[in-house]
Design a protein around this ligand. Structure first.
Ligand code: GLP
Length: 239
């Protein structure tokens, strides 16, 4: 994993946008896996700006949702679906046949994960995975624990994940999430890990220790041959 530091969220996001755009120029039908949450939002805004300058750039791109809360309506504020529709899918004109997604309101989340696993077997592997990290070190909803899970699965959410700012709209604390697994993520050709915010200081220090542990799923990215971690050094406080 290569780690790069930036002095603002803006400059981190510009670098992330440039890396994604470079990849898409080389592979226009790239399969992009997109995290949600606060951290990647500016990167996605910049991609949308690039789209308005370079018409057709994203005309063939495919997108897979990294993770989703269980038991929320897709158009509910705070659902990953709602986020991706607003920040990427609608602005970039990515329509149904180029988009693969866990259904947030599925009554059978285990079957929903099996469906997504089957889809990923057909369309994968991922070309570019854009990831954030949870305050507890999760990537997607691969939560810390004694073991990690390779493929799409239903995850019991850690308390810190349940308390994520996205869930404040729900009126209840989600217990379960659906997520791509660690092998799905690690099979990506290129992984972009974005880290910003004071709350990420501890997890970033853990990453910097270069110790790999299932108790910090993001640390497994040290084993990936082409991961770039971009860190907004103005908000993550190392001293
Ligand atoms: C959420 C999402 C993750 C996201 C992470 C960090 O729970 N499931 O995909 O990367 O937490 O979110 P944020 O960037 O808002 O800190």
């Amino acid at each position: 994993m290569e780690i790069k530091f930036f002095n603002s969220c803006r400059s981190m996001s510009e670098s992330a946008c440039d890396l994604i755009v470079d990849f898409v120029r080389k592979k226009p039908d790239a399969l992009l896996c997109a995290a949600t949450g606060d951290t990647p939002t500016q990167t996605y805004q910049l991609l949308v700006e690039e789209h308005s300058r370079s018409k057709g750039l994203f005309a063939k791109i495919r997108l897979v949702k990294l993770d989703e809360w269980c038991g929320v309506r897709p158009n509910q504020d705070g659902s990953c679906e709602d986020y991706l529709q607003k920040h990427l899918l609608k602005p970039l004109g990515i329509t149904g046949h180029r988009y693969y997604s866990f259904k947030s309101d599925s009554s059978e989340p285990v079957k929903e994960c099996e469906r997504m696993a089957e889809i990923l077997r057909k369309i994968g592997p991922i070309d570019v995975a854009v990831l954030g990290v949870g305050v507890n070190g999760h990537i997607g909803f691969n939560e810390p624990g004694d073991v990690l899970t390779p493929f799409c699965h239903v995850a019991q959410l850690a308390p810190s994940s349940q308390g994520h700012s996205m869930t404040r709209h729900f009126g209840f604390l989600p217990q379960l999430g659906m997520t791509l697994g660690m092998a799905d993520i690690m099979s990506a050709t290129f992984i972009l890990l974005l880290i910003a915010g004071q709350s990420k200081t501890d997890v970033f220090k853990t990453l910097l220790s270069r110790k790999i542990s299932s108790q910090c799923p993001a640390s497994v990215l040290w084993l990936h041959p082409h991961t770039v971690c971009l860190c907004d050094n103005s908000s993550v406080q190392l001293e």
